[in-house]
Design a protein around this ligand. Structure first.
Ligand code: PLP
Length: 423
């Protein structure tokens, strides 16, 4: 049996309809932006393997650090023990995070980083004995992960349909525009004394279709939330580590959150790791004589030394001057390409860019995730050596920062070919 046949017998893939499954592509190895399949064909990973990979695949520097750490300490319980990679990573993250963060809480993926943030915020008010403050404000169209709490504060969509009755009630406000902002501000004011926290993906709503909105609108929402002591949670799981052109998307806004969530590119896309950072305001509510006010949360692999080591190695690479220059170059190339797309006579709309992210909609077909235009485009791009995975009719790229000029131009060419085909 080959790998596809063996896979078909035992594996259940994520986000994948199980009836009439299409065959997954066996990947044998990766190098830089390239993924190689079992037939030796290569694909440029134009979406950074679900937005996680920023330095390229099988990076030798990260691999070497991981190898050394694996020979030293691979895992240790993190309650009652500590280790150098976890402490050093916390120290380095606190130096680069925007705002006044003072504590790092580790978990092991993006969904757990937002779960931790929500629990931290809700228990903050419980510890403060303000029991009426437990509601969460979130954006329509948001995506904060797939576990129950994260799902609850995410948009009610095809992803969550089977669970709607079981999700906790959330006050949803519109993704901000100049037209709806006043309404959202008054919703915040109106519910202020029952609200624990406001959670948002700063400037780009990722899985909700790469919708982008203005920093000054977010700033007004945060200002109103802060005025009412509402805890602000920035979910930077997707936007962190230069994805939007700045180290964190929150840097586009002058008001900083009380809690920030990181994952995806945190380890350069190598290992699973989640971070929830908070300020002293939050942390101090847990420094209490009453043991019932402890934050009773943790995972077996909390602060896994290998994952922390990968994150440290990724930070080393990110902090090299040529990486920053490369990101700036990429931002410019993507902006120029968006201008070329504007001039193209093709059935596309809403061409938008922020940093290293470009997105637009193909106007043939319906705006729905289940629309099969996504699969058609994915197949067509794969045949041309590019890996894309549109969200419904939203086509986007989010390349690793190590992408070469030739590779990037090939991605642009293939995108042009594809959109022109759909005329
Ligand atoms: C991907 C994502 C998550 C969930 O992260 P997982 O590691 O997939 O659980 C949460 N928030 C945002 C903004 C994301 O893009």
């Amino acid at each position: 049996m080959n790998l596809i046949e063996r896979d078909a017998k035992v594996i259940w893939h994520p986000f994948t309809p199980q009836k009439n499954r299409s065959n997954p592509i066996p990947i044998t190895h990766g190098k830089g932006t390239l993924l190689f399949d079992a037939d030796g064909k290569s694909y440029i990973d134009a979406i950074s393997s679900w937005w996680v990979n920023i330095h390229g695949h099988a990076h030798p520097y990260i691999a070497e650090k991981l190898y050394q750490q694996a020979l030293t300490l691979e895992q240790v319980i993190f309650a009652g023990f500590t280790h150098e990679p976890a402490v050093q990573l916390a120290e380095r993250l606190l130096k680069i995070l925007p705002g006044n963060f003072s504590r790092i809480f580790y978990s092991d993926n993006g969904s757990t980083s937002t779960e931790v943030a929500l629990k931290m915020a809700i228990q903050y008010w419980w510890n403060e004995q303000q029991f009426h403050r437990k509601k969460i404000i979130a954006f329509k169209n948001a995506y904060h992960g797939d576990t129950f709490g994260a799902m609850s504060v995410s948009d009610r969509s095809v992803f969550t349909l089977a669970f709607h009755d079981l999700l906790f009630e959330v006050i949803f406000i519109d993704t901000p525009t100049n037209e709806n902002i006043n309404n959202s501000l008054s919703i915040i004011e109106q519910h202020a004394n029952e609200v624990a926290a406001f959670i948002y993906e700063p400037l780009v709503q990722g899985a909700g279709g790469l919708k982008m909105y203005d920093a000054h609108l977010l700033e007004r929402l945060i200002a109103t939330a802060k005025k009412n002591q509402i805890i602000c949670i920035a979910d930077e799981v997707m936007t962190g580590f230069y994805r939007t052109g700045k180290t964190f998307a929150s840097e586009y806004v002058s008001l900083q959150p009380d809690i920030i969530c990181l994952s995806k590119a945190l380890t350069g896309g190598t290992m699973a790791l989640g971070v929830t950072a908070c300020t002293d305001r939050i942390y101090n509510a847990y420094v209490q004589d009453d043991a019932l006010k402890t934050f009773f949360h943790g995972h077996s692999f909390t602060a896994n030394p290998l994952a922390c080591t990968a994150a440290l190695a990724s930070l080393d690479l990110l902090q090299q001057p040529n990486t920053v220059a490369k990101v700036e170059w990429l931002v410019l190339q993507i902006k120029n390409f968006s201008q070329q797309l504007l001039l193209l006579k093709a059935p596309i709309k809403n061409i938008r860019v922020l940093g290293t992210i470009l997105a637009f909609e193909i106007t043939s077909g319906k705006d729905e995730y289940l629309n099969n235009i996504s699969q058609i485009i994915t197949q067509s791009a794969l045949q041309q050596g590019i890996y894309l995975r549109p969200l419904g009719n939203t086509v986007y790229i989010m390349p690793p920062y190590c992408i070469t000029e030739a590779e990037l131009n090939k991605v642009f060419e293939v995108i042009k070919n594809i959109v022109l085909q759909h005329e």
